[in-house]
Ligand binder design. Sequence first.
Ligand SMILES: CC(C)(COP(=O)(O)OP(=O)(O)OC[C@H]1O[C@@H](n2cnc3c(N)ncnc32)[C@H](O)[C@@H]1OP(=O)(O)O)[C@@H](O)C(=O)NCCC(=O)NCCS
Length: 243
Amino acid sequence: MIEPKALDEASLEGAKEPSRPVSVGLMPTSASGKSPVLVPIRSLGVNHRVRINRHLLALDPHDRYLRFGFSANDAQIQRYADSLNFERDEIFGIYNRRIELIAMAHLAFSADSSLDACAEFGVSVLKSARGRGYGARLFDRAAMHARNEGVSRMFIHALSENTAMLKIARQAGATVERDGSESEAHLLLLPATLDTRLSELLQEQFAQTNYRVKVQVKQFWDVLAGVQALRRDVQDAQQITPK
Ligand SMILES: CC(C)(COP(=O)(O)OP(=O)(O)OC[C@H]1O[C@@H](n2cnc3c(N)ncnc32)[C@H](O)[C@@H]1OP(=O)(O)O)[C@@H](O)C(=O)NCCC(=O)NCCS
């Protein structure tokens, strides 16, 4: 269970955009097998679609190839973002203090009702934010949500060259099957427990609070920057005006 003090500390650190995730007591073990960490990962709704699109457009051609299995062009990315089903699926995101979406994951639930115990995971982290464990944390978050939704198997389609993604999946205990240039990993999920349900509720609450704090801090700095720009303009005008 999360200690309130740890949440407070993590919340402040999250607002400061730490270079390393903040360690707090969370769950005994994470799906990725890493030490428990708390990163403000929030669930994204339809009002985040524009930022999701912007995040994906910021991926370079190779990352787009790794993420989608082909070098998606801007129009294809736009179509993907437009087609996201926020009712059926779950989209998770990590924002920095400039309210830029630096990492996101898409947990797609099977549209086929006979396969409703399956979900597929896809993820992307901006280059500037890699190596901080965000990919693995998003995997853990999605796996916990999938468990709580009664999903028993989570799939990950990745290119065989995608060492980072396959490592995240393997470390979480997924079975990886390689088929030439492509690989498929599947992770068997245990049924939900009271702990997974409470942990998800608390994590979401923490991430929403962290996001609101970041938005307010950004608004404050934006207003301050505006006032300073105005002051500079007035000073410049006074210097130009002949006495
Ligand atoms: C795959 C991706 C999400 C990983 O994100 P990340 O936040 O950098 O990953 P993490 O920091 O959680 O690292 C997870 C593990 O992979 C390792 N790793 C990260 N990048 C690696 C690389 N290029 N080569 C080998 N291992 C790598 C890390 O060291 C870590 O292992 P460790 O726990 O033993 O230290 C990111 O590289 C990405 O967005 N790639 C483009 C899109 C993509 O490939 N999506 C996946 C297909 S759905």
